[in-house]
Every structure is written in structure tokens, then in C-alpha cells.
Design a protein around this ligand. Structure first.
Ligand code: ATP
Length: 277
């Protein structure tokens, strides 16, 4: 983890070859942030983009399980780390460097070092999108992120429940405080449709879209509550891999397309601002 940069504060530096860094946050835990991050990454890859995913969720680094690949990454010449690749997505996870079932206990400076290493010392190559799955709640990882690279923006995942949305608003405020543009909100576990067609509203479907409207932010789409999403995540075969006729697959692809669109718009706007300056 070296000592480069110590005592010499440096502003965030873009990663060579990486067009957009997009953080995925939630506020509340367990709303399916990682599931949405993994499936968005897989969907972006299916849409033809080059995609990377950093699992920075120190409390639950589940990305390797959800992508079905857990092994130590190789070290390349020049002390660079080779990311793992699964389902067309390059990824790196705190779960890969924290062996066994032990929780990752890290002080702020160490966490900052790991985040910086995942960004700068992993051989990402050319990427259209590098997604970062954040831990729920706290801003530590976000602060490390924005100090290291310029972010194109952030996506906030919530369920429609009042408590999840209460925490999602805190996530919006956190991104605002660190000057990260929120590209939009996603509602996960939206409705549940039983095999006989009965629709059950478990968490308050539609409330995330209303919250987005209140904040003047785009709503990027919703994903229904479906046991198949959980099962496929547990098996390391994300639901987004399913074919054209899969509804969950369609939902994730629609969200991915919105994320791509909003990221490109946000980047174009900030370039305009730079030119005016
Ligand atoms: N749409 C969905 N339908 C069914 N199950 C889902 C859905 N989304 C997520 N899940 C399941 O809910 C559980 C929690 O999801 P996940 O780990 O993605 O949440 P999280 O917000 O990233 O949690 P944390 O950040 O607290 O680790 C997982 O078992 C996942 O498979």
C-alpha cells in the first residue's frame, strides 16, 4: 500500500482508460444495493459496455458470491492486481482480501488505503463504467472515493418503505455534502406478483419514485421482489443474465440503460461547466 502522496495532498485524479466512475449507495442495509449493483454491472456488459465493479461494502462484501467467483486475485508485474472477471464484469472485492468468515476491521486510514488501491492499483484497463458498491450508511468510503477519483455520479437504491426512504434521503444528503451528483434513484423489491397474478405490495411500491420527484431527481426504474433474484444471487448467476423474456432481466437492463444515459449526460454537463470556467 506504499507511502506515495503522503504529506503531499493531491486532488482526485481520473483513472486512465476509465470513462465513468459511478457509486451505488443506499442509506439502509439490506435493501438490495449489492444485488442492484451486480445486476446493473452484468446488464451494462450485456448492453455492450466495458464494465468494472468494486465491492467496497466492508460490512457485507457479497459481490464474489453473487458473481460466482471467489479466489485470490493474481499480482501482475509492476505490483498491479489483476481483477477477476465473471459474466463479462471485471471486479475486485474487499471479500477477496479478507480471508474466511472474519469481519473486516479497519481504521479509517487503512480503509482509505484499500479504496485507493482498488482504484489505482488494479489493472482495470479500458472501462466505460466502473461501479462502486458502497457500504450502507456511513460516508467514510465515499470520502475516500472522492478524494481519489472524480466521480461521474451516484445511484441510490431503496425499497418503498418509509424507513428505507428516510435513510435514502440521508444518503442523498451525504452525496450532496461531498459534491457528488445523484444520477437517480432505484426502487428494489417493488411489487411481488404471485404465480396466479395477484400483486402484493410489500414495501410501498411507487414511494421511491415519489421521493425522487420531491428531490427533483430522475427515477431510474424498479425491480420486483422475486425469489428468483435471491436464488440466482446465491448461486452466483445474477438474474440479469436471463434472456429477453425474463421480466427481472428486462427490469435490470432498463435500469442499466438509464444509469448509462444519466452518467453520460452528467459527464457532458460537467465538461460544459469546465469549458465555461
Ligand atoms: N428484488 C429482489 N427480490 C428478491 N430478493 C432480493 C431482491 N433484491 C435483493 N434480494 C435479496 O435480499 C438480500 C439482501 O440483498 P443485498 O445483499 O443485495 O442487500 P444490500 O442492500 O447490499 O445489503 P447490505 O448493504 O446491508 O450488505 C439478498 O439475499 C438478496 O438476494
Amino acid at each position: 500500500m506504499g507511502h506515495s502522496g503522503q504529506g503531499m495532498p493531491q486532488g482526485p485524479q481520473p483513472l486512465a482508460g476509465v470513462a465513468h466512475v459511478v457509486a451505488i449507495g443506499s442509506g439502509k442495509g439490506g435493501v438490495g444495493k449489492t444485488t442492484v449493483a451486480v445486476n446493473t454491472a452484468v446488464s451494462l456488459a450485456k448492453l455492450g459496455y466495458k464494465v468494472g465493479l468494486i465491492d467496497a461494502d466492508i460490512y457485507g462484501p457479497n459481490v464474489p458470491t453473487m458473481l460466482g467467483l471467489t479466489r485470490q486475485p493474481a499480482i501482475l508485474p509492476g505490483n498491479m492486481i489483476e481483477p477477476l472477471t465473471a459474466h463479462g464484469v471485471k471486479f475486485m472485492s474487499i471479500g477477496l482480501i479478507s480471508p474466511g468468515d472474519k469481519p473486516m476491521v479497519m481504521r479509517g486510514p487503512m480503509l482509505h488505503g484499500v479504496i485507493r488501491q482498488f482504484l489505482q492499483q488494479v489493472q482495470w484497463g479500458e472501462l466505460d463504467f466502473l461501479l462502486v458498491d458502497l457500504p450502507p450508511g456511513t460516508g467514510d468510503v465515499v470520502i475516500s472515493l472522492v478524494q481519489t477519483v472524480p466521480l461521474t455520479g451516484a445511484v441510490v437504491v431503496s425499497t418503498g418503505s418509509s424507513v428505507a426512504l428516510e435513510d435514502a434521503r440521508k444518503a442523498l444528503e451525504m452525496f450532496h455534502q461531498v459534491n457528488v451528483e445523484v444520477l437517480g434513484l432505484v426502487e428494489n423489491m417493488s411489487r411481488m406478483v404471485l404465480p396466479d397474478g395477484t400483486v402484493i405490495d410489500v414495501f410501498g411500491a411507487g414511494s421511491t419514485e415519489q421521493t425522487a420527484k420531491q428531490f427533483g431527481l430522475p427515477f431510474l426504474g424498479s425491480v420486483d421482489l422475486d425469489p428468483q433474484v435471491r436464488e440466482s444471487g446465491d448461486r452466483g448467476l445474477p438474474a440479469a443474465l436471463a434472456g429477453e423474456d425474463s421480466e427481472r432481466g428486462q427490469e435490470f437492463r432498463a435500469i442499466a440503460a438509464q444509469v448509462a444515459l444519466r452518467a453520460k449526460e452528467a459527464a457532458a454537463q460537467s465538461e460544459d461547466v469546465l469549458e465555461i470556467l
